[in-house]
Design a protein around this ligand. Structure first.
Ligand code: NDP
Length: 330
């Protein structure tokens, strides 16, 4: 028997509740690889899945946790053998399939990535889906021509998970980083990660009908969408790109007009980490090991255990988690 955070649903009231329970290997879903989980983490989606699920969880009882890192215990797939260190993000694990909020998980071999050299399991979970997504966004901006020296790169939702890692990677690569936050008390934290300019959330929250604004940003990693993305698009320099990764401020792009695209050749690049093909995942993890300074990553970490998760899940949905949570499941 081992510990897991189990979310169950009361069929009569429709309400869900999450608690640490003992489960056994026989309870785990069928798949090729059994992993002894060392660490997991908390992403926005985990907040949804610890609570009522937001339409992501298919069946109850459910073990959430969209990311984990650990050691292979058993494998019927020749790519993995007992003792291998592995990391998993995405593939709807923790949503449609039981995830990493347990001391053991059984998953498909296709979903795993060998732990990249230079990272241990704890560091990999300090990165997690949030950090992988930040790296994928940086890579997409670079693939579309972003280079240091072109002007400030804007990071929205900067004190959150994706934003914190994006800020640290961009600054380390030599970019000038402007960090948007709604939490002015996080200014020192963001400057320590490498931001040289702090932009107040209110400055970009108002919907305007202007077709374009002054050209300011050489690139943007946007975790917020809503009115903010509508404004940012109009402030992009000619021929630059915005990597859209999230919707912390709303699912629509409010006040958006076609003008930035057709008059300034601005690109809106969609970033998905969940179904990202294996080769690009590997490339992103290798870039993380190389381009994300480990002291900056450590500065983002808030440690937690399984029993902290119900509160952390609700906090992240309210935008109140700073940086990255690392959950020691043991
Ligand atoms: P966090 O909650 O850690 O960060 C989100 C940040 O956005 C908050 O910390 C806050 O930053 C800001 N924010 C929150 N609410 C609002 C609001 N109403 N208006 C403006 N800003 C707001 O979450 P993550 O970093 O883990 O995820 C960010 C987003 O990215 C989520 O929407 C998530 O679903 C999405 N995501 C997408 C992925 C993909 O594959 N595309 C993968 C991972 C996440 P501050 O306090 O600094 O203002």
């Amino acid at each position: 028997m081992f510990n897991a955070l189990v979310v169950d649903k009361d069929e009569e009231s429709g309400k869900t509740s999450a608690a640490v329970q003992q489960i056994s290997v026989e309870d785990l879903p069928e798949a090729e690889v059994l992993v002894a989980v060392d660490y997991s983490t908390v992403n926005y989606k985990d907040g949804l899945c610890i609570g009522p699920g937001g339409g992501l969880v298919r069946n109850y009882p459910h073990v959430p946790g969209i990311d984990f890192a650990g050691t292979v215990e058993e494998s019927s797939d020749e790519r993995y053998k007992p003792g291998d260190k592995v990391v998993l993000t995405g593939w709807r694990v923790g949503e449609a399939h039981w995830g990493g909020y347990a001391q053991k998980a059984r998953v498909k071999a296709d979903w795993l990535v060998p732990l990249p050299g230079g990272l241990d399991a704890r560091q990999a979970m300090a990165v997690g889906t949030a950090g992988l997504t930040a790296m994928l966004a940086v890579m997409a901006l670079e693939d579309h021509g972003l280079k240091p020296g072109q002007g400030p790169v804007l990071v929205t939702g900067a004190a959150g998970g994706v934003g914190s890692v994006a800020t640290a990677i961009l600054a380390n690569l030599g970019y000038e980083v402007a960090a948007v936050t709604g939490r002015p008390e996080q200014e020192a934290y963001l400057r320590d990660l490498g931001a040289t300019q702090i932009v107040a959330r209110e400055d970009l929250s108002e919907v305007t009908r202007k077709p374009l604004e002054g050209e300011v940003w050489a690139g943007c990693i946007d975790a917020v969408a809503g009115a903010m993305l509508g404004r940012v698009l109009k402030q992009m320099k000619y021929g630059t790109s915005v990597a859209a990764i999230g919707l912390a401020g709303g699912a629509a792009i409010e006040g958006a007009l076609i003008t930035p695209f057709i008059l300034r050749g601005v690109n809106l690049l969609g970033i998905d980490s969940v179904m990202q093909p294996y080769d690009n995942r590997l490339r992103a993890w290798e870039r993380i090991a190389k381009d994300l300074p480990m002291d900056k990553l450590e500065a983002m970490v808030q440690p937690a255990v399984l029993s902290d998760l119900p509160k952390l899940g609700s906090d992240i949905l309210k935008g109140q988690v700073k940086g990255r949570v690392v959950v020691d499941v043991n």
